[in-house]
Ligand binder design. Sequence first.
Ligand code: GTR
Length: 334
Amino acid sequence: MTSPIQFRKFAAAAATAALLTAGLTALPGSAQAEWRGWNIHVPDYPVSLGMDQFTAEIAEKSGGKLTGKTYHSGVLGSQPDAIEQMRLGSIDYAVFNLGPMGQVIPATNVVSLPFIFKSMDHMHRVLDGPVGEQLSDAMAEKGIVALAWYDSGARSFYNSKKPITTPDDVKGMKVRVMNNDLFVNMVASMGGNATPMAFSEVYSSIKTGVVDGAENNWPSYESTGHYEVAGYYSSTEHLIIPECFCVSKALWDGLSDDDKETVKSAARRSAETQRELWAKRSSASREKVISAGVKFNEIADKAPFQAAMKPVYDKFIAENPDLEGLVKAIQAVD
Ligand code: GTR
């Protein structure tokens, strides 16, 4: 005989199946299908812990009505693919680096210009103001709702050959970059050859010599094990790119005002946690790789690298005259 509990489980499962069959993710006022969350990072990474906090909080605040499962470690595919999937509504929430987003949403490219931000604090001030709103609006037009900004530190070059101390050292070097023409131009402006490639392929590509190196922040350099195959890390700090906690517009538009509030504040709180964890992980990762034998060189004077980026800016403005105002607005923030 079917017990009431078994029956309720069966009924809930049947209701979920019916919703999935109908292609719906939300039914106002009742249980909703579990949301699918995409994440590129390993489970103990600050982004991952922020996302875990988010799912725990929405479930608790909604009394179990809003639930999500985050697929860590990039098992749902590469970032460019995931951006598309969110636009189509098959990924419900994710933390995306804005680097690869520029290919789909050109306005977001302004944060991927080398040396556009003077520091992480500068980036926070910019994102918290009108520029942040303009970026969010551009993303929403393409089906992605940005709810909060996560930190991703500063990216520097690393490779298996030698320390980089001047832009000339990049000449002839094969460097993996994230999927965006801007980054190809950035490396080319120093005489290097850039290859856009998925994050998951970088370790073996360095190991087998397909590329000489890549560029990233301390936590990613460490968590991916890239430091094991590319032992020179040089602090160019040429990119400071934010990451966004995003939900698909299809999902967002189907939420009640109360649920929107729950989701938004959980995303914001997760970003506060992520930023704290980020600062700690950055120093821990740096210490870990240096004690594992990485040769780190500090580049005190970044001016030659900044000067080398002039053609990147010139080309960008020539190709996107409508975005010049946004670039100037970022530069004008103190
Ligand atoms: C990391 C970032 C990821 C991904 C990765 C990459 O720093 O958090 O979202 O963009 O870099 O280089 O592909």
